[in-house]
Design a protein around this ligand. Structure first.
Ligand SMILES: Nc1[nH]c(=O)nc2c1ncn2[C@H]1C[C@H](O)[C@@H](COP(=O)(O)OP(=O)(O)OP(=O)(O)O)O1
Length: 161
């Protein structure tokens, strides 16, 4: 079974003491119409960190330095009914970056309060893992999707603080 290597990079900030995270509406490709994290495929020869920084720049015109990435672990998305969609997703969180998030052809970025994530417009599994990633956990988690490729069959969680 092959799992495509992808990354997600969550920029965070505090506004008047309220933690916020940068997500965005996916305008093209996989998950179109959903609110997702910034990120995408790791290209051959690239490290996960290089891919995360490149994707954030491509999708939202924001510059993140690799040294400002916090490793938040790995989430595997397992689609038994569509194994060609299986992904191994390296997660990063960054509190420092340069530039104002700007809409691209792929993503319309938007800040959300961490305490009220737009879970009804995200992949249904996001509620199982995104709060943990933002809360400092190192994720070691597998999400198994149902045959509808939307709802969650099972979450296998071996994450640590
Ligand atoms: N179940 C799931 N829940 C979730 O929150 N994100 C998921 C997910 N399954 C996949 N993803 C994310 C991980 C990855 O960042 C993204 C798919 O990668 P891309 O955005 O690169 O896809 P595209 O089809 O747009 O590819 P490109 O043609 O390379 O832009 O979807």
């Amino acid at each position: 079974m092959t799992y495509t290597a992808v990354t997600l990079c969550f920029l965070t900030r505090e506004v008047a003491g309220t933690p916020q995270v940068l997500l965005g509406t996916k305008k093209t490709g996989f998950g179109m119409g959903k609110i997702v994290g910034l990120g995408g495929h790791v290209e051959p020869g690239e490290t996960d960190e290089e891919a995360a920084c490149r994707e954030v720049q491509e999708e939202a015109a924001v510059v993140v330095l690799e040294t400002d990435l916090r490793d938040a672990g790995v989430v595997v998305f397992d689609f038994p009914a569509r194994p060609e969609w299986n992904m191994s997703t390296r997660l990063f969180v960054a509190e420092r970056w340069d530039g104002e998030p700007t809409e691209s052809v792929e993503i319309a970025p938007e800040w959300f309060d961490v305490g009220s994530l737009p879970v009804e417009r995200m992949w249904q599994d996001a509620a199982h893992w995104l709060p943990m990633a933002l809360d400092g956990f190192l994720l070691r988690l597998t999400v198994v999707l149902n045959d509808d490729n939307e709802t969650v069959r099972e979450v296998l969680d071996f994450s640590t603080r």
